[in-house]
Ligand binder design. Structure first.
Ligand code: ATP
Length: 352
């Protein structure tokens, strides 16, 4: 394992900002650390880079415990959200800075600087000062500077948050390419689920100082292990149901009984559960969706034209309102229809 966090906890005063977090990155992986503002991402980055000493737990790099090793002696490069380029140094001098600190001979240093400026497509800007570059170019200089010392681990801490949408998408693709070409083990920290899902081999989703789930983006999206992940990784509808039977799991959604044959949660009879399904996974029942094995009666309460599709809000007989993404002609407000859902696309969360 290239990076391993072992039961890491960090408290500011009595409040744990990071609470018993454990996960690892294999060599060459690109993992996104994803979570809302305040969930503890920056605290974790600081513990990994050696800028803070965790209250408890260990940080391991290449299997060695570095918890007590100072930041400058760890082979970890961090690119922060805000630019940290030296304004009085040229692009080349900025990239060479990390190497100079490691006492590389000057000829070799020039070669390495050229190699990494080539990698980020900035060889023609080597004599420019940061103020003469665009925001995107400055980010690429920082990437080159972080990569040139060939770190054990590259940490990108919200590197695209300060940029506009088009530039963000371009740089996201650039980062994916550069990571593939160099094979550098990368932890990409972000609060943006789309960014995380498009870039990463795996996601570590954090909420309130703890890890809510770890896995491949599509798996977490399609089979969310927690209600938090269900709602954080895209749009989620939830409705309540009562467990009638356990084997196979049978639930009552208002007046409708639904039997779920696939593997589902271990929940006791009589308990209230929460069902999750994404708006794009519900349709209005017609002959085209006979494969969707669950049906629910619903009344249309609202129709909004989004351009690419209609968001149709419906009320089911539990009183819960669900959104259905409808590509064709939408039904009219007040109409009563049957919803078609597929068991595969529904997740049941037990109480608590
Ligand atoms: P953001 O994206 O907003 O920076 P984050 O996910 O990086 O959020 P952290 O900055 O690590 O989260 O903060 C986690 C928790 O720790 C928050 O409740 C925050 O208020 C608290 N915290 C962070 N730094 C300090 C500090 N130096 N002193 C006290 N509390 C802090």
């Amino acid at each position: 394992m290239r990076l391993e966090l072992d039961s890491l906890t960090h408290r500011y005063g009595n409040e744990p900002a990071v609470d018993d977090v454990s996960f690892g990155l294999e060599s060459g992986e690109l993992v996104a650390l994803l979570g809302p503002s305040g969930c503890g991402k920056t605290t974790l980055v600081q513990a990994i880079a050696g800028h803070i000493h965790p209250t408890a737990g260990r940080v391991l790099l290449r299997g060695a415990d570095v918890t007590d090793v100072p930041a400058e002696s760890r082979q970890v490069s961090v690119v922060f959200q805000q630019s940290t380029l030296f304004p009085h140094m040229t692009v080349s001098e900025n990239v060479a800075y990390g190497l100079a600190a490691r006492d590389t001979g000057s000829e070799r240093r020039d070669e390495v600087v050229s190699e990494y400026l080539e990698l980020v497509d900035l060889r023609d800007q080597r004599g420019a000062y940061p103020s003469e570059l665009s925001g995107g170019q400055r980010r690429r200089v920082e990437l080159a500077r972080a990569l040139a010392p060939q770190p054990d681990l590259l940490v990108l801490d919200e590197p695209l948050s300060a940029l506009d949408r088009t530039l963000r998408e371009q740089l996201r693709d650039e980062i994916a390419r550069i990571q593939r070409e160099t094979g550098v083990t990368t932890l990409f920290v972000t609060h943006d689920q789309e960014e995380a899902m498009t870039l990463a081999d795996r996601l570590v989703v954090m909420n309130d100082g703890t890890v809510s789930g770890i896995g491949e983006p599509r798996t977490l999206y399609e089979s969310p292990p927690t209600p938090f992940i269900a709602s954080f990784l895209g749009r989620s509808n939830t409705f309540s149901a009562t467990v009638i039977d356990q084997q196979p799991l049978t639930i009552a959604v208002g007046e409708t009984e639904i039997t779920l044959n696939g593997s589902q949660k271990d929940v006791s009879t009589g308990s209230t559960v929460t069902c999750h399904v994404r708006p794009r996974d519900i349709s209005f029942r017609d002959s085209a969706n006979d494969g969707a094995n669950l049906s629910l009666a619903a009344e249309i309460t609202r129709v909004v034209d989004i351009g690419t599709h209609y968001d149709v809000t419906v009320r089911i007989d539990t009183g819960d309102e669900l959104v259905v993404e409808c590509a064709g002609n939408p039904p009219a407000v007040g109409e009563s229809l049957s919803l078609a859902l597929s068991e595969r696309q529904m997740t049941v969360f037990g109480p608590g």
